[in-house]
Every structure is written in C-alpha cells, then in structure tokens.
Write a protein that binds this ligand. Sequence first.
Ligand SMILES: *Cc1c(COP(=O)(O)O)cnc(C)c1O
Length: 374
Amino acid sequence: MAQIRYPFLDLADVNAPYMGELQAAAARVVVSGRYVGGSECEAFEAELAAMTGTRFAVGVSNGLDALRLILRAYVGMGEMVPGDEILVPANTYVASVLAISDAGLRPVLVDADLSTLNMDTSLLRGAVTPRTRGIMAVHLYGRVVWNEELEAVAREFGLKVIEDNAQAIGAKWRGRMTGSLGDAAAFSFYPTKNVGALGDAGAVTTSDERLARAVRALANYGSDRRYHNIYRGFNCRLDPLQAAFLRVKLPHTAEENERRRQLARIYLGAVLSSDALMLPELPADPEEHVFHQFVVLAADRQSLETHLRDNGVGYDIHYATPPHRQPCYEADFRGCSFPVTERVASGCLSLPITRTTTPADAAEIASILAAYNG
Ligand SMILES: *Cc1c(COP(=O)(O)O)cnc(C)c1O
C-alpha cells in the first residue's frame, strides 16, 4: 500500500494557523474564573446570532443536543406531542433521526434526490399525514436543501421546520444564511465540521423568543431562574473554553468555506461524471454549497478505494450504513426501502477538502481520479 500523500483530514494542521489566538482565548478563560457560562458564552451567542441573522442563539453541548433540545422544547411547549411525526431525510447522519426518537416523536424518512444527495423535496407532500408536525431540513454535506416546495409544504400543513445545520454553517439560500431559514436550527462545532471547536460544542439559533427560552431552560436542568424548574431538563450547556475557541474561528467561516469551494471547483473542472464515477454538481448559486464533504458516487467503490490507496489519496465514507439500516432502528424500519439512499450508502466516498489540502494537491488528486475514470 502506498504511503498517504494527501491526508483526508488532519485536525492539528487545520487549527495550526489559529494557534496564537487559540492559546490567548484559553488563557482568557483560565484567568476569568468563569468555567461554566459567563461572558465568553454570551459573546459567542451574540456573534453567532448576528452572523446567522437570527434574534437568538443558545450555545449548547453539541449538535445532537441542539437538535434534541429543539424537539424537546416543542414538546415541552405543547406544540408537539409524543407520537407526532417529523419528516427527515433517509440520507443523513444518524444524529438527525436520534434527536426525533429521543423526544418521543416518530421519524418519517424521505428518500434522497440523486442529483443533490439531499432530501427529495418532491416527496414531502406525499409523506404528510394528520400526525405530521415538522420537517427536519438537513443541509447534508454542506449543500442547502431549502426550496419553494419545502416552504410551500411547511406553510400549507403548518409544519415547524427544524434545520440540521451541522454541516452547512455559512451556506446561503438567496442571500439568507442557513440557520435562519426555518423555525429553529441546530449547529454542531464538532472538530471536523466547517467551523470546529477543540472538543464538543453546538448551538441552537431561532428568532422565536419562546423557543429560545425553552431551549435555554431545558439545557440548564429545566430551570428558567435559579432553583426554579419549569421542565425536567438536562445539563447540555456550552463550555466557555469552547466558546472562546469558537470566537476565534467563527469570523473566518466565509473564508474557510471559500477555500473548500475552490477545491471543489478544481475537482469539478478536471473530472467528468461517468457511469463509473458520479461527481456532485455545483448549484446554480455557489453560495448554496459549503462542501463540508465532497462526495462522489462510485459504481464499484471497492475498486475506487484501491485506486486511491495505491495513489496515496486519503478518503472517508459518509455514510456506509444509513439510519434505517442501523441495528437500533431495525424494528422501526423493517421492510422499508429507500433506493436512492441505499445507492448513496453503497457508492459514496468523500475526498479531501479541508484547508490542509492545497489547490496543487487537489489538482493532483483530480488527475488521479481522472485516470480512474479514463
Ligand atoms: C455532526 C452532525 C450532527 C451531530 O453533531 P455533534 O456535535 O457531533 O453531536 C448532527 N447532524 C449532522 C448532519 C451532523 O453532521
């Protein structure tokens, strides 16, 4: 096996350019004496809300908790009751679905669109039942899933739209940021995400004040003020050390996303889609894609993996097993089939697209891919 010349991802290298500022941020927290909550968390929340264009941001422990808290808040507020249905893409990371079942709600899976790998919004209307209360709009791989069809279905049936924005921070639809398009959104700052903390971190954004209050209370033992519990809550607070780190990285969101787009353009300019290898499409408006992953679909993934390994190209797979095929959901989705999602699961492969991949590396990787495809 050849040595890896083009690593898929190296987190220390990703953070190296920010080293001095990250060290200063950590020192600020140590000196402050505030190790839970406090001004770093408040400042980060204000900065994230301003960037996203929402009235509120609530820092939380991670992306899954952000999704769970939104849905638990809707249940706590009486907007949803256990057994209600939430439409969610079949092609997503399992966390999107876990949050729904965690709140006692029923995930109703919607198959993917092969041209975007996102939820096929033309299937939404047919999936609505009298119990449907919400749509979880997952901007998978950094590509915006929003469109008029989704908006129309949500409006017509009075559905809440919860964005899973874990992979798409900084993406825009018609000039509006993801995270401000729906009723509420969940962000993840897991270290591998486009804006990554140095540990677990997440946030909820919304312009609904009642929801923001409920999420904040639920994340803090269900308490709306000290020693007064309106919900049976949790401890899902954002760590101020991570907030301080994120304040260093958040202002660079657009620039980091633009780097990813630049690498995507190099791949797309040098390799053509074929039966053996399908490349993603750039949306008409490039701002609609922040390329959290650059996912190709191979007819024979094993042979592509061998070719990449032989040529020293790192890669990853997102995701080999979709949620409906996970052991924990076996009973819920037995006999269900989502053909596009299953095709994605069997053929998908993610190429290097982080800041440690240089444009020259991407050109090399592209010619290695073109040779595979030739
Ligand atoms: C990463 C991710 C999550 C979960 O975020 P964590 O911070 O890892 O809990 C949820 N949904 C999607 C689509 C993700 O990629």
